[in-house]
Design a protein around this ligand. Structure first.
Ligand SMILES: [Zn+2]
Length: 239
């Protein structure tokens, strides 16, 4: 026997309480708010590319579709049939893009120690990207770029220079070296330098390891040559 649902009545009577129960089930099941839905998944990944694989790909494991959510929910399933759920779920919007949830969604918290206004942060980054592409000389007119620059200046001032007593190491894979000489272990030519963790494209930075074993592992333990360095000057170092 099929029961016809009066959608308007159901929404009016249960709308508010349904939303509360939905939030409570999400929180108790995933310990996280919804990070994105099918509609804004691509934008989320573009803004937070490292989230995809952080903490053993936790984000990817959190994906759930509405049907599975209904089956696994505690409070919602006790109170509503699946047909009622399908009506009431239309009241729940994705907190990221504000579209009504449909298909898959991803409850997930970014792995930061402190609170970040996620959308505001993404907006700031996008503004900087746009400026850097159109009028790069105006970058410091952007408040976020300027705040970051001020913060870096503070960190630089509060960091002392010191000698690194121990040796540093840099490896090159053996079959990528034609002639063995010191140049092979110095800065790579500017034209080959891509964006890195600590440098912009074309900016010469020497990545070294602080011990031999780490250095060997960095080249995945293949046949290699390893150069040992001693720094003659003090440098600024943060732990
Ligand atoms: Zn969304």
């Amino acid at each position: 026997m099929s029961v016809t649902i009066n959608e308007g009545e159901l929404i009016e009577e249960h709308g508010d309480i349904f939303e509360e129960l939905f939030d409570a089930d999400i929180e108790s099941w995933f310990s996280a708010d919804i990070a994105c839905c099918e509609n804004c998944y691509d934008d989320f990944i573009k803004a937070w590319p490292l989230a995809l694989n952080a903490n053993d790909s936790e984000f990817q494991c959190q994906s759930i579709d509405l049907r599975s959510f209904y089956s696994g929910s505690r409070r919602i399933r006790q109170c509503y049939t699946e047909d009622e759920f399908n009506v009431l779920i239309k009241l729940v919007n994705c907190p990221r893009c504000d579209e009504v949830l449909s298909g898959n969604f991803w409850p997930y918290e970014l792995p930061f120690k402190y609170e970040v206004d996620q959308l505001g942060f993404e907006e700031s980054i996008n503004e900087i990207v746009e400026l850097s592409e159109t009028t790069p000389f105006l970058l410091l007119s952007n408040h976020f770029a300027n705040d970051t620059f001020e913060l870096l200046k503070k960190v630089a001032h509060s960091t002392n220079s010191l000698f690194i007593e121990h040796s540093l190491f840099r490896a090159r894979v053996a079959n990528q070296i034609e002639e063995l000489n010191f140049e092979q272990f110095a800065f790579p030519p500017k034209k080959f330098i891509q964006e890195g963790r600590y440098n912009h494209a074309g900016q010469q930075v020497l990545y070294t390891a602080s011990d031999l074993e780490t250095c060997f592992r960095e080249v995945r333990e293949v046949l290699c040559y390893i150069a040992e360095f001693k720094l003659k000057k003090e440098i600024k170092k943060r732990n």
